[in-house]
Design a protein around this ligand. Structure first.
Ligand code: ADP
Length: 479
């Protein structure tokens, strides 16, 4: 299909395009400020309709076999890949990431659909050796029910498939509320679910600007049994407290503050490759981007010089242009936030080794700050932009302690060629994920998720489907 055939302007509910009222809002291309599409603002009213549709559809979808669901999921997977170019273009238009990365995201996002199509067939229960001669004890797993999925702008496709594929494979139905910044990719893949043959109501996408109102509605609805959210810790906490009245299951993929430790026995060139791939993915706007680079004092100068040289070659520009490595920030607020981090660090003794400037309205140069210290604001918060702060350490103990000195616990990375150190440090890092001599760790076959303020639950892998299943114990008596 052509890109224009996959751009829609209203919510997708019960298998149909549905507008609600007259309110509209614009989806803006962050690379040039142009309007891509004006869409209907369905708000809480359309969310209500979608929940009803998903609740109704659940009554029959939950009874289908995993094999049947897998067949439709596999069709959806193939359709996503068949339309890779168009989907990637929509993604770059609405969120700015370089086209090459958008194409990568289509493949990455589709991989979850394939994986969970298979995994749905393996949600085995147990037969428990009995505690009494006249009884037999059995455990089965059943779909939790309607799932509300709330997703951010930075991976407009993969953040949906990571939630929706395991939900559908398990037998749940879904109401997706994509961010108001980049809902077009969500609508495009929703259309592909229709072609793939999902029954009406199994997948619904609701579009609206009222993030707080729509989120609250999903949390408080008794028909919704689970919320799966990716976004900030602040909003995750709001959703968790709002969900308490209905005691919902929750999966929360929240913020990170990833340390990236380079020990003095590291392969420096490989570590630099690791920093580049981890830091600059989506122009620094991912929750697993390296946030703090901790370097052993013996190699600090050598490492910084080499890093600056490599960064000087990165090209900033419109993600649609060939060879661009760093696209625009998502909006003006993001630029303001990054500028604030930069000014704060300079006022506290940070030195710019390269970059530091805003280009045009939406672009920020890749920037390296040396002499970073724990008092600087980016030591505690997620930068979500292309700033690379360099910290110095002198012992393993200090490196681990600096790395763990944060409320967050999502991704962490370190480079060393000493196998004992690798084991020791990997076990001591208080994070849900550790990249050891590797800067790119996400894959559908491994559990993605965090501890501490980075959230609850895992996405991907055999663990990712468990969050969408309830365990039921059956006791057969009087045998
Ligand atoms: P990010 O900074 O990564 O965009 P946010 O947590 O602000 O993270 O946003 C993630 C998603 O949560 C987006 O879809 C956004 O629209 C939505 N959102 C923001 N505020 C709320 C809220 N109070 N309740 C529910 N969803 C919200």
């Amino acid at each position: 299909m052509k890109t224009s055939d996959l751009i829609f302007d209203r919510s997708f509910v019960e298998g149909e395009w549905k507008a609600q009222g007259e309110a509209k809002f614009e989806i803006i291309n962050p690379a040039n400020g142009e309007i891509i599409k004006t869409v209907n603002d369905g708000g809480i009213a359309i969310t209500d309709k979608a929940v009803d549709a998903a609740f109704l559809a659940f009554q029959s979808w939950k009874k289908t076999t995993a094999k049947y669901r897998a067949k439709i999921l596999e069709k959806w997977h193939d359709l996503i890949l068949d339309n890779k170019d168009a989907l990637a273009e929509i993604m770059t238009l609405e969120c700015g990431k370089p086209l090459k990365e958008s194409k990568g995201e289509v493949s990455y996002g589709a991989a979850f659909v394939k994986w969970f199509a298979e995994e749905g067939k393996r949600t085995y229960g147990d037969i428990i050796p009995t505690h009494s001669e006249d009884r037999r004890l059995i455990v089965i797993k059943q779909a939790v029910g309607v799932v509300g999925a709330i997703t951010p702008w930075n991976f407009p496709l993969a953040m949906i498939t990571r939630k929706v594929a395991p939900a559908l494979a398990a037998g749940c139905t879904v109401v997706i509320r994509p961010t108001e910044e980049s809902p077009l990719t969500a609508l495009a893949i929703a259309y592909l679910t229709k072609i793939a043959g999902f029954p009406p109501g199994v997948i619904n996408v609701v579009i609206g600007k009222d993030a707080a109102g729509m989120g609250k509605f999903l949390c408080e609805s008794e028909k919704v049994k689970k919320i799966s959210f990716t976004g900030s810790t602040r909003v995750g906490q709001i959703l968790m407290s709002q969900s308490s009245s209905t005691l919902k299951k929750l999966s929360l993929e929240l913020g990170g503050n990833a340390p990236f430790i380079v020990f003095d026995d590291a392969d420096i060139d490989k570590a630099i490759d690791g920093v580049i791939v981890s830091k600059f993915r989506n122009s620094g706007q991912t929750c697993v981007c390296a946030n703090r680079i901790l370097i052993h004092e013996k190699i600090y100068d050598q490492f910084s010089k080499k890093l600056v040289k490599v960064i000087s070659k990165l090209k900033v520009g419109n993600g649609m242009d060939k060879d661009v490595n760093i696209g625009p920030m998502i909006n003006i607020n993001a630029i303001k936030k990054i500028k604030g981090f930069l000014e704060d660090s300079i006022s506290k003794g940070g030195k710019i080794l390269i970059g530091g400037k805003i280009i045009g309205k939406y672009f920020f140069e890749p920037t390296v700050i040396s002499n970073a210290s724990l008092e600087m604001n980016f030591s505690k918060e997620e930068i979500f932009g292309p700033i690379v702060p360099l910290y110095k350490f002198s012992s393993d103990k200090q490196a681990v302690s600096m790395a763990n000195d944060t409320n967050y616990g999502l991704a962490s990375y370190f480079y060393s060629q000493n196998v004992s150190r690798c084991w020791r440090v990997a076990e001591e890092l208080e994070y849900g994920m550790v990249g050891i001599n590797e800067g790119l760790i996400s894959t559908e076959v491994a559990p993605f998720g965090g501890i501490k303020f980075s959230g609850i639950g895992r996405e991907g892998s055999k663990y990712g489907i468990e969050d969408y299943l309830d365990v039921k114990y059956m006791c057969f008596g009087n045998i």
